[in-house]
Structures are given as C-alpha cells and as structure tokens.
Design a protein around this ligand. Structure first.
Ligand code: SIN
Length: 480
C-alpha cells in the first residue's frame, strides 16, 4: 500500500536521495506489517548532513525573504495537493484515523503558508539613538543551521511547525524524524525538492537509533539551534548537551493537562468538548486533557453522559473514514495506559466504560470515576484514550490541584462566568489555556504554542515561532 503512495525510503541528504548502508523496518501499528524498509542513518550521514547544511546556509540566507517565501508558497500548494496520500501515509505509519490525518495535512500546510507570508516581513528596527551623532538599528538575521528532532504523533505538522519558520528566516534544517513515523518526513522532503527547495536547505535523516545522529549534530558548533518535540527527559538531555556549544534551543515537551468543569457548564457541550480534547488522536497529543476535575454537582450526570458518548466511539482500522479511535503507536505506549488504569483501579477507581486492552495495540476508550490524589493517572501523562474524573467543590482548591504538577503545557476550563474565566485562566500556570475551547491550537499557525515549567522552552507558531530562528544584531553608525 505504501508503494502506491510513491514514498521515498532513502534519506534526503544534500538534495540527493541517499541509500544508507543499513535500513530499518517501519511497521503499521494497526496490522503489524512492515510498510517499508527505510534508510538507517548514523554518524557518517549526520556529518555529511552538517557539512551540507553549513554550505547551503551561505547561499540560502542571502536570498531575499520574497524569494524564500515563493519556494515556501509552492511547498504549501504541493502539501495541499498531496493531502490524500499524506493523510493515508499518516494513518498507515502511526495509526491516526484517516479523517484526522487528512486534517493534520492542512494543519501542516498552514504553517508553511503563514511562513511564506512572514518571510518578506522579517526586517529589523530603527532605534531612536541616545546620542545625536549616531544612527542605530536592530537587524534580524538567521541563527544558522538547525537540527530539528520531530515526534511521531503529528508526523507532518510538527515538521512544518519547525522547518517552515526556520527556512523563512534563512536557516537550513536537518530533520531527524521519529523512528516510528519517518515516511511522512521523507514525503515532505520530496515535496520540498519539487517546490524548488535548493539542495541542502532541508535534509531528512531517518534513524532507528537517534543517539549517533544526535551526538554528531549536538557536538557540532556549526549547528546553531536545536528544536525538539518529545518527552521531558529527552528534552532535558538535549538542553544539557546544547550547553557545550551554546546552541539556541526550543523545546516542546510533555504535559499533564487538567480540564476543570465548573458547575455552570452545559453537560452536553462539556461531553462534546471532552471527546475532542481527550480522544483526538487516540489521546496521543501533547495537549490532550489528562485529568478532569468536575464540580461535584455535575459529577454523576457528566460521568454518565460522557461514558455513553465514549462507549459509542468507533474503534478500528485507521484507514476507515468512520474510525474515531485507532491503535496506540507502540507496545510501550499501550503498556503505560494499562499500568495507569490498573494502578487507579487498585486504589479504588471504577470503570464507567472501557478499561481494557482490545488486542493488538488497541485500548478501549475509557472513562474512570472515583479518582483520588496519589493515583499515577493524575500525576503522569497517560497519552492514551482514558479520561479520569475527580470531583471538586472549591475554585481555589481546584486551581491549586491543577497547578500541582511539574508540567505546564495546556489547561482547559469550562464556564459561562466571564469573571471566573479570566480569573482562572490567569491563575493557571500553563502556556495554553482553552476556555470553553477544546482545541485551542486548531489551525493555529498564527498562535503561540509552548509550555511553562518542565513542558518546554520557547514558542512555535506565529511571529513567536519565527523569532526563535533569528539573531538580533545591533548596527551602530557614528556620523563623522
Ligand atoms: C502536539 O501534540 O504537540 C500537537 C498538538 C497540536 O498542535 O494541536
């Protein structure tokens, strides 16, 4: 099936399709079948990619923003034209239900479109001088070659969210895609080539083991920036590694998003909200609702309505357009979900619906009630289709519970009280707060995305995302 999609399986290095000496298998999480054998890059390929990215940077940075923008615009158009095959590829390699997967391709394209438009606007500022004989300006320049490490859960959009602003700014980019989903990354490289992207500006190095590639690129002082989406432990490791060469760094890491459902909520709308914020991508989004605090007055009605709606979610083949819940991406992810539910049940939680593996990498969409402090499911990111419900009575207390985590990526509230909406949104220590909005990042190429505390550093999206790839240079001219 992957063959029909004309997906490259070699690495994309220096504008060439490069057959690495080794390959690794990419498996469908749905059927377990090997979809493709993909180039397995290591230190030698990483060194070559670094040399090429440095060389390509010399000329790419000198193009005008208009010229870079035109290439990005063509990339955007190609992405949209290839929505169908890229959507299928996403469903095949990481199990995202096809309807969502096709939506993700448009989300991916939206970052490219936005950055195509931003590229000519990256300028600088004239500064009002302190001394009358001086003329002073701040000039924005690209930081240099960038190393981007991207995740499997959004295998197209998390690449364009990093690569598009970097390329718009004049940086060159080496992408190391997640080993679970490298095919979408290679497909994006193919479209970049077709769009006229110059050799070496965007390179893709799949690797079964990320360590050798990362070691070379993190140690190379010519690579000036690392941008990463993934787990907090790996993000902290990269942060430490970046210190030796003082690379700029952007990190989009783990979360533990609370959803607070206040007593003035409409139950039916709150259920629809939960389906989107909890079960999208089978619960495998960084901003997924991880724990639900429901006001005690609504608890029973909401739990019942949610359990009914969740039990109707269609679980199945990601390529079937009626599927709403696909498989988890890998065994390790499934085992974490199993362990969190078992721990909660052992400590007194009850299953309102689901609560069991369904065979293969499937886990039944689940609602748990009777959740209490001390359960793992409240403290760790589950990354699966499980909604744990815990009652609360007091606004101040629930805000304290919501903030009682090392993470701070996304938080959600539902209320019709405007005063409370602002009060609580301001009190939550999170980079993203959705007030009655279950998908605050939807098509959000224009929005800042990123976390507080152990959820990361820097922001992606909008002008903030472009600024991450710019240096600010002062030019000060003293008039003779
Ligand atoms: C993520 O899981 O990091 C991406 C979610 C989004 O952009 O909506």
């Amino acid at each position: 099936m992957v063959k029909d999609l004309a997906v490259p399986t070699q690495a994309y290095l220096g504008g060439q399709w490069y057959a690495a000496p080794r390959t690794f298998p990419v498996r469908s999480p749905y059927s377990g079948e090997v979809l493709a054998e993909v180039a397995d890059c290591g230190e030698a390929e990483a060194r070559l990619a670094a040399d090429t990215a440095v060389e390509a940077f010399r000329t790419w940075r000198k193009l005008t923003g208009f010229e870079r923008g035109r290439i990005l615009r063509r990339w955007n158009d190609l992405l949209i034209a290839h929505q169908e095959p890229l959507g299928r590829l996403t469903a095949l390699e990481m199990g995202k239900p096809i309807t969502e997967a096709k939506g993700e391709v448009l989300y991916a394209a939206s970052f490219v479109e936005w950055c195509a438009e931003e590229a000519p606007r990256i300028g600088g500022e004239l500064i009002h001088p302190r001394f009358s004989h001086k003329r002073q300006m701040a000039v924005y320049e690209p930081v240099g070659p960038v190393y981007a490490v991207t995740p499997w859960n959004f295998p197209t959009s998390m690449i364009t969210r990093k690569a598009a602003p970097a390329l718009a700014a004049g940086c060159t980019v080496i992408v190391k895609p997640a080993e679970q989903a490298p095919l979408c990354a290679l497909y994006l490289a193919k479209l970049w080539e077709e769009a006229g992207g110059p050799p070496g500006t965007l390179q893709v190095l799949p690797a079964a083991d990320p360590v050798p590639v990362s070691r070379v690129l993190m140690e190379d002082p010519r690579i000036r920036k690392i941008t990463f989406t993934g787990s907090t432990p790996v993000g902290k490791l990269l942060y430490r590694q970046a210190a030796d060469t003082l690379k700029r760094i952007s990190l989009e890491l783990g979360g533990n998003a609370p959803f607070i459902l206040f007593e003035d909520a409409d139950i039916e709308k709150a259920v629809q909200f939960t389906l989107l914020s909890k079960y999208r991508n089978t619960g495998q989004t960084c901003i997924t609702t991880n724990r639900i605090y429901v006001h005690r007055r609504l608890e029973a009605d909401y739990a019942q309505a949610l359990a009914e709606a969740v039990s109707r979610l269609k679980v199945g083949d990601p390529l079937d357009p009626s599927t709403q819940i696909g498989p988890l991406v890998e065994e390790q992810g499934l085992q974490k979900v199993v362990a969190h539910v078992e721990d909660a049940l052992a400590k007194g939680a009850q299953v309102a619906t689901g609560g069991r593996p369904l065979g293969g990498l499937f886990y039944a969409p689940t609602v748990l009630t009777g959740i209490k402090p001390g359960m793992r499911i409240l403290e760790e990111e589950t990354f699966g289709p499980v909604a744990p419900l815990m009652p609360f009575e007091d606004e101040e207390e629930v805000i304290a519970w919501a903030n009682n985590t090392e993470y701070g990526l996304a938080a959600y509230i539902w209320t019709r009280d405007l005063g409370r909406a602002f009060r609580v949104a301001e009190a939550l220590e999170y980079g993203i707060v959705g007030v009655n909005d279950p998908v605050p990042s939807a098509m959000g190429a224009n929005l800042p995305f990123g976390g507080y505390k152990s959820s990361g550093l820097g922001r992606e999206g909008g002008r903030w995302g472009v600024e991450e790839f710019l240096e600010t240079k002062l030019i000060s001219i003293a008039l003779p």
